[in-house]
Design a protein around this ligand. Sequence first.
Ligand code: FMN
Length: 189
Amino acid sequence: MTAPLHIGVIMGSAREGRLCDRVTAWVVRTLQGENGLRVQVIDPRTALPAVENHHGDSTMTVKQRLAGMDGFIVVTPEYNHSFPAVLKQLIDSAYDEWQTRPVGFVSYGGLSGGIRAVEQLRQVFAELHAVTLRDGVAFADIWRCFDDHGELVEPGRAEAALHRMASRLRWWARATREARLAEPYEQAG
Ligand SMILES: Cc1cc2nc3c(=O)[nH]c(=O)nc-3n(C[C@H](O)[C@H](O)[C@H](O)COP(=O)(O)O)c2cc1C
């Protein structure tokens, strides 16, 4: 039996009253029991010492939170046709930890569903030698997507899209983990 793959779910927003809590909780809930994946949330409020927060351990660095992950899911809103500054700060706080890792996206926003944020993130992750996945989930008009209990109003297509992305992520996470073991990535330069 192969060891489980560790997947970091990166929260893209640190805003007071953020909807990122709902979207991230849905991702974690939906992926519970997903074959071979162990998900762990990474929140800029607690992972970035410089970000004001009232939620926990601000001494835990980003590198410690990212270390040992085999892949990532970035949960990002769109802010002014891009992704939030706090997400860039989190990404820029590490380097080796991103290399060769697959990255999938769950985005949300107004009309665009956050896809402009995702397209910009693809450029950033390419520079970090990460592999971004084609398949993802995008929620347009995010204010109408969840009910008062945090459940999706229309779960069908989004759940199917998330499971599909998780399958792709598992494939890439396993393949890149095996490749790193066969030859350290630094030697391929
Ligand atoms: C500063 C700011 C800029 C935004 N710009 C966009 C935008 O360009 N396109 C869009 O679709 N939604 C935009 N929105 C709407 C957000 O995507 C939406 O409010 C989302 O809930 C923000 O994520 P959060 O609540 O987790 O912080 C913007 C929101 C904020 C706060």
